[in-house]
Every structure is written in structure tokens, then in C-alpha cells.
Design a protein around this ligand. Sequence first.
Ligand code: BES
Ligand code: ZN
Ligand code: ZN
Length: 471
Amino acid sequence: MPTVQLRSSLPAVDGVVALIAKGGELPAGVPWATLGVTGEPGQSAVLPSGEKQVTAWVVTAAEPTAEQQRRAVAQGLRALAKSTKVGIDPSGLPNPDLAAIAEAAVLTTYSYLTYKSAESQKSATTVSTITILSADARKAAAKTAVADAVVVAEATCLARDWVNTPPADLRPPAFAEAIKDTAAKGVRVTIWDEKRLAKENCGGILGVGAGSEAPPRLVKLSYNPAGAKTHLALVGKGITFDSGGLSLKPGSSMMTMKCDMGGAAAIVAAINAIANLGLKIRVTGFACIAENLPSGTATRPGDVLKMRSGATVEVHNTDAEGRLVLADGLALAVEAKPDHIIDAATLTGAAMVALGTRTSAVLGNNEELQEQVLAAAKVAGESMWRLPITEEITKAVTSSPIADLRQHNPKPYGGTMYAAAFLQAFVADNSWAHLDIAGPAFNDAGAFDYTPVGGTGAGVRTLVQLARDLA
Ligand code: BES
Ligand code: ZN
Ligand code: ZN
């Protein structure tokens, strides 16, 4: 992770990102024409300036929003591909947002080199220091804003690392231990192994994990600071690899399925950030962790699982495993009697059919909470959009000839809503919102803005912002 510092003058750096508002002046009288840009937002040019130092000029909007500033920073940093000590000069903006700039800088310079050879790790360009230039550099408010932004960005990078880890190296027991090892100060972690899960009647998590030699885990996280008035429960889908189970996926759809613990990674990383920021809100997290594999011990289509809530579920498609593990996590969340429950899950391919790969779906039983999630997402710079849970879909999942609930869509349409309707059966009348992050959790195309290829840390920044708003 690079060091981020705020200074009133730039130290020796080998690259500078200069942010310029549309219509603004370039320092030193450099005419726009020499840069080959017209001054329209979204343009950039790199100029050599001095021996080693290069400057990437990035034109953004006349009064850029926080998100436009994040993207401009990303554009500039990507243009400075070879610099390791970078400066960011936002003095060409009327309204520099130091937090957004710091956050984007950390998020853009992320790289995951763990599995590269020592030589390629050495030859890779990684940014070691980021210096943000500001006349407010000595003001406490500015320093805190930057430090807090770095906390959130680093939490996002932790979630990215976990998603990027090859699935053989992050099976459920290893993931649970990693969560324990990285817990922030003030966060208590309790791990339930397969024996405890059986004792606690967590038939959903056990049923999904039954096909793997690596047994499932439930990880509970508690952060309960003095003075907290609101209690938020966070539940995350933690399928360390989703082969589909006996309802096996085609090979091509399996390639990205190490990302299927992205929801659990997001809630855990968010709780660490919330604790590191010292937010005055009580948070209880449940990471529902299993590996979905086919084998002689795997759960079959037609099997009936007895869930933590006491309800029975007829399994139809073992590839719709996320809702089964989440059902137990949601039931445990209800038992903790929080004010609100939010779950995050790479739950349905249908969410990508509906909203594409960069937008998460938001569903739930409380309009106000869903709107609060959307508002937090907007501030955080994550794209989210609501979908409904309709009556007829709710009826379809609550009717099975032999059990209390039917697990899977009877129809091929509206899969995101079926999954959410199933989850809703486990939250009783608690205030609840569900984030289907299937699209944004993993980027298997090219890097864009401040999002790298691979794990993205989707959901982390929105959850932290929501905790801020609710605290
Ligand atoms: N983990 C997948 C959903 C997913 C797909 C996440 C693509 C990220 C990218 C989930 O467990 C799944 O397989 N869902 C099925 C549900 C169906 C069998 C009802 C799906 O979406 O096809
Ligand atoms: Zn699946
Ligand atoms: Zn899955």
C-alpha cells in the first residue's frame, strides 16, 4: 500500500497529476494547443518536465463532483504508468475534494502481485508515495479527511485481495482465519466450525458446504463502541468457489467464481473500516462461508435442508447456493435484534442481465432504507439501482410440495427478484436491504477509472458511507 501524505509544497517526485477545471489556465502559460487537447472534460496529456519528472494534465468539469475528481485522478495516474513517487496537484480546481482525491489515488495504484515471480514483482512499477498538494495541508480537518479516505480505500483493497486470491488458497477455513487475522482493533471475531454449525442448526451453510472436503464456516464480527445508538447487521455471501455443485456450471462460467465470496469480503472490510474510523455505530457481521463443489457427499436437487430459522427448504438447483447460506446468516442477524440488516452477495447472473456489470441491484422490504443505500452509494461513487420484490414472485418461492420454501426460480426471468424474495422469508419484519453485487464485484474486462482488473471491492465504500449516515 502506498503512503499518502498531504503537503503544502511538493517534495521530489517522478510524476505529477495536475487537475485542471474546464476552461482553467495551465500553469507556466503552457497553451492548451501544445498538449493537443481542447480543454473539454475527460482529456489528458502528459508533458515531460525536468529530468525524470513528467506531468499528466487532466481536464475535468468546470466544477467537478467528487466522482469526477476521483476519475480525473485515476486518468492522470494511469497516464503516469512509470512513476513511483507521485504528486497530485489539484490547485487547478475550484473545489478540490481531498478525500476523494486520496481515495482514488489509493484505489487506482492497487496491484495484486502475490502470485508473480520475484523477478516480475521487482520489475513491476508500484507507487510507493502519493503526495497531495494543498494549501490546507496543516489543517486538522484536511488531514483527517485524507486519513479517513485512506482507511476506506485500504479496506476496499483488502476485499480486492481476498477476491483475487486463487480459490485453492482461500477455502473456507483459510478465509475464516484470514478474517480473524485482519480484524481491526475493537472488532471481536467468533468462528463457528462445521460441528458448531451443526449444533446451531445452520442447515443452509452446511448443505452448501457438504460437497467439499474443506468444511464451511460462519464468522461473526462484533463492533460495539461506547455511545452507539444504532445497531446495523451486515451479512455477506462467502462462497470461496462456486462450481455450481451437482447442478454444475459450464466451465466458462466457472472461471470468475473465486469472486463468489465478494459479499463476505465487502462486509468484513467495511466493518474493519468502520472500526478504524471509530464510527459511533454498533455493527454485527455474519460472513457465511462455504465452498460449492460436486461430490458424493454434495447436496442434491430434491434434498430438503432444515435452516437456522426452523424453516425447511426444497433444493432445486445447487447452483442457487448463495441464498441458502445467506438464509442462515440472515436468521442469525434477526436474532441479534439490529435496527437494520443489509446483506451483500454476488447472488445472481440475472443482476448482470438487468443492470450490466458495473451496477449493483438493491432490493428489500423497507423503501427508506433502500433509498439510504442508494444515497450512500452515490456519495461513495458506486453505481446501484433498485429492483422490486413482487407479490407473485414471493408466492412462487414460498410454495413447495414437500417443504416450507422452494429454493429456485420456477421461471427463467427475474432471477434477482426470486433470490431476494427467498431471502425476505428469513428477515421476518426487520428493516432489510439486499445488495446483489454479482456484476461489479469482479472486473474481467479491462481496468477503468479507479477500478482494476479482477476483484474490485464493490460494496465496501457504500457500506462504510451508510454506517456514517446511520451513526
Ligand atoms: N454465484 C452465482 C451468481 C453469479 C454469476 C455471480 C455471475 C457473479 C457472476 C450464483 O450462485 C448462481 O450461480 N446463480 C445462478 C442462479 C440460478 C441457478 C437460479 C445464476 O445466476 O445463474
Ligand atoms: Zn451458484
Ligand atoms: Zn454463487
